[in-house]
Write a protein that binds this ligand. Structure first.
Ligand SMILES: Nc1nc2c(ncn2[C@@H]2O[C@H](COP(=O)(O)OP(=O)(O)OP(=O)(O)O)[C@@H](O)[C@H]2O)c(=O)[nH]1
Ligand SMILES: [Mg+2]
Length: 223
């Protein structure tokens, strides 16, 4: 049993740490910036440490006020292989993960390597970690079918996945909302969280559920 650690700041507020994880160029930074556009009232400034071509070197970071005294520190991890050390530093004391998968068929190996790294880092905790999958770049004409992409990830644990088009801001809000909800539940109401995981794990054969959350117009555009 993993001990529950809830970070309570000096002023009595709760703080949770959520990370957007996934291969390079899958759209993590884009997703956070788009989320900021529609939630600017509750989000702090985004601090980005990136190279001149826009790829993240260390992280993007912002704070989201979820409730009166509940805050989420949100980070994006740098996806490039050479930044593994930075990723491992960022993963320390993470409470919840948004895994941003790339639907581009040319990114199969990168998706797999990235989820494997995450699994290795968390070890036995991986199975119960608050996790939301964003199946990004659904606008690509040759996007892998969502079920194929999920099978490639070999999650073997309960999950919830949403299609997203980060460059157009589609599907993003629900990804964040659920990642925050699961993260806060896992810490403050663990028995409800465990029930949700159990419910998801009944969804054979992928141990989870794909929610068609993207807006109607986008689904239409996807054909
Ligand atoms: N077609 C398409 N392109 C996208 C989408 N989301 C992001 N991109 C593009 O993908 C590229 C990489 O996006 P980033 O957000 O910088 O990717 P990242 O995951 O932060 O990459 P690293 O910082 O290297 O880990 C950019 O050119 C984005 O415009 C999407 O939904 N569809
Ligand atoms: Mg980035």
């Amino acid at each position: 049993m993993v001990p529950l650690v809830v970070y309570i700041a000096r002023d009595g507020s709760y703080r949770f740490k959520i990370i957007l994880y996934g291969p390079s160029l899958s759209g993590k930074t884009t997703m956070l910036r788009k989320f900021k556009e529609t939630n600017s009232d509750n989000l702090g400034k985004i601090l980005s440490i990136e190279q001149s071509d826009g790829r993240t070197i260390f992280f993007d970071y912002t704070t989201l006020r979820v409730h009166r005294n509940v805050f989420c520190d949100i980070y994006t991890a740098p996806g490039q292989k050479r930044h593994r050390k930075q990723r491992l530093i960022l993963l320390k004391s993470v409470d919840g993960v948004i895994f941003v998968a790339d639907s581009d068929p040319r990114a199969v190996r990168e998706n797999l390597e990235s989820i494997r790294e995450l699994r290795m880092f968390f070890g036995s905790r991986f199975k119960t970690l608050p996790l939301v999958i964003a199946l990004n770049k659904r606008d690509l004409p040759d996007a892998l079918p969502m079920t194929v992409l999920l099978r490639i990830l070999e999650l073997n644990r309960p999950f919830v996945a949403y299609p997203t088009i980060a460059i157009r801001g589609l599907g993003i809000d629900i990804v964040f909302r659920n990642a925050i909800r699961l993260t806060v539940l896992s810490k403050l109401a663990p028995s409800i969280y465990r029930m949700e995981l159990l419910e998801l794990s009944r969804r054979e054969p992928y141990y989870g559920v794909i929610k068609e959350s993207i807006r109607e117009d986008a689904i239409y555009a996807l054909g």
